[in-house]
Write a protein that binds this ligand. Structure first.
Ligand code: ME8
Length: 533
């Protein structure tokens, strides 16, 4: 487990990529935003002051082209599709603090201010580009890379087009050694490690200056000193992370409230946009003398039944498909699957209806819901729905766990979960929190309180067992709440509890459930029919 990135009283900033408005939202954009949401909620639960940013990327040739095809202005297209992304936030239960659009005046004016600073420092200069361009990705490609790519876009498969333009350039080449030194000193700047190696490998080929303006279309932010040039969409877009906090307008009102969040703890992105975030963006920040983000986390891709998702194959898990999952399993089951089974590592993850169903049934119905439900119904049956009075802190967890008592076991699991969340090891955080539920399950199976209860003489022992189970369920619900906020709230409410406001460790401390607390029967996840293959 990597060391924690920052002390817990530091404000925390996390960002998603800003999504292109020439596409509709789908599993990919929902996935990245959900991961960031889980982290943001976990850090808030831990008492940190969090700023969680998402938004839409609205300029560029592709948007201009699509708008033309549809007979509308680029702004109208951007408005329409940005609203689609915004609509996603409620149903997915995403708790972002702002939603930035690159066509907003607050963003445009700050991008111009940043670019003016880079012109003044000589980091941006006028020059001529001769090379290749990937139209789909809106990315300039040098001759040597184009050759490696066989003159085809690795993303769309379409041929690269020849590009010769008088453009403004960013002096990326001047930052080669500074970046190398920075990477060496920050071995966790890009995660997972396999992705960092890819960046370092490409860095060894040597950096060339990159164009930062275009003149062959107009849908972009005008260059402050030469308005016939528009700022290249990628440069415009990367700045969103800083403009949302007002950093381009240092004395302004936005910066007054938000500058404290810089630098970001995590820029979470997909693997295909790593170079921009791991190399170009840090070099621009160096040129602007802004502190570096702590980590760029590049996850891999969801694929569908073993195949890449693409428009031409028509196999995208789109919002309509996701709606079907919400209707059948609920949004929290969706969030659970995204968090625990997604492509957080260097491998792509296959999205399959069957696997979703298996995970739902095994982990949510049979484990989490079953424990919450069995415990609450036995408390109802044997103790009239009131939390039994019993000393449970040092009661052994199970025969397998040796002498370790419940209080020590859950404190250890809670701290481990907290650290996993903090380190963006979200599937591990989920599993560690769920280990408490598995221990409750084992306790019930090993001690069979439903059998013991048949003899009234055993009631003190039954009280002890069920009190431990109830407290275990409560703590697990606290720790799982960043992933499944609504269902965990439901369980906590049934168990007469709340998340409290004192941080994750406090909320998860043994003994939170006082004797006599009303515990209502609850069944947070219900069995549903398996999908037809
Ligand atoms: O690249 N699996 O925007 P974009 C998982 N505007 N995640 C996926 C995915 C998949 N199959 N497909 C897409 C852009 N994503 C730029 C970003 S940031 C300054 C500018 C997610 O709309 C993943 O997060 O193409 C990826 O990086 C992002 O969507 C790309 O979104």
């Amino acid at each position: 487990m990597p060391a924690p990135l920052a002390s817990s009283d530091r404000p925390a900033y996390i960002t998603t990529p800003i999504y292109y408005v020439n596409d509709r939202p789908h599993i990919g954009s929902a996935y990245t935003t959900t991961l960031c949401d889980v982290w943001a909620r976990a850090m808030r639960l831990d008492g940190r002051d969090v700023f969680f940013l998402t938004g839409t990327d609205e300029h560029g040739q592709k948007v201009e082209k699509s708008a033309k095809e549809r007979g509308m202005t680029p702004q109208a297209l951007a408005d329409e599709n940005s609203a689609e992304f915004r609509k996603l936030l409620g149903p997915f239960n995403l708790s972002n603090d702002d939603f930035i659009r690159t066509t907003e005046p607050r963003h445009e004016s700050q991008v111009q201010a940043f670019v003016s600073r880079l012109l003044a420092s000589g980091d941006i200069y006028l020059g001529e580009f001769n090379g290749w361009y990937d139209e789909g990705q809106e990315e300039y490609i040098t001759e040597s890379r184009a050759k490696e790519m066989d003159y085809k876009s690795p993303i769309s498969g379409r041929p690269l087009v020849r590009a010769t333009e008088k453009n403004y350039y960013f002096k990326l080449s001047a930052y080669q050694s500074k970046l190398e030194a920075f990477f060496k000193a920050n071995p966790e700047f890009v995660r997972p490690a396999g992705r960092f190696n890819e960046v370092l490998g490409r860095l060894r080929d040597g950096l060339q200056d990159v164009p930062v303006t275009r003149t062959n279309f107009t849908w972009g932010i005008p260059m402050p000193n030469a308005p016939e040039h528009v700022i290249y969409v990628w440069i415009d877009a990367l700045f969103n992370y800083a403009t949302a906090l007002g950093l381009g307008d240092a004395g302004g009102a936005l910066a007054k409230d938000r500058a404290k969040y810089w630098p970001p703890e995590y820029h979470v992105i997909g693997k295909e946009i790593l170079w921009f975030h791991a190399v170009i963006w840090p070099a621009m920040l160096m040129a602007l003398d802004l502190p570096m983000p702590k980590c760029v986390y590049a996850h891999s891709f969801w694929i569908r039944n073993g195949q890449k998702m693409s428009k031409s194959l028509g196999n995208f898990v789109d919002l309509e498909t996701i709606d079907g999952f919400f209707a059948k399993y609920g949004v929290d089951a969706w969030r659970w699957y995204m968090t625990t089974q997604g492509p957080l590592g260097t491998q792509d993850a296959d999205f399959s209806d069957k696997h979703f169903h298996e995970i739902y049934t095994a982990q949510l119905v049979n484990t989490f819901a079953n424990c919450a439900s069995r415990t609450s119904s036995m408390i109802e049956k044997y103790f009239g729905g009131a939390m039994p009075a019993a000393e449970t802190a040092s009661m052994p967890v199970s025969s397998a766990a040796g002498a370790q008592g419940w209080s020590a076991f859950t404190a250890q699991a809670a701290e481990k979960t907290r650290r996993h969340y903090e380190a963006f090891e979200l599937a591990e955080a989920a599993d560690t929190a769920l280990s408490i539920v598995r221990a409750v399950d084992l306790l019930i199976n090993e001690t069979a309180p439903f059998k013991l209860a048949k003899d009234p003489a055993n009631l003190p022992r039954v009280a002890e067992i069920l009190a431990a189970c109830a407290e275990g369920v409560r703590i697990a619900a606290v720790l799982l709440s960043p992933i499944m906020p609504a269902k965990c709230d439901e369980v906590l409410a049934a168990y007469g509890s709340t998340l409290g406001g004192g941080g994750m460790t406090d909320a998860a401390r043994w003994g939170g459930l006082k004797a006599g607390t009303r515990i209502a029967k609850c069944a947070p996840f219900m069995r549903v029919d398996a999908p037809v293959a």
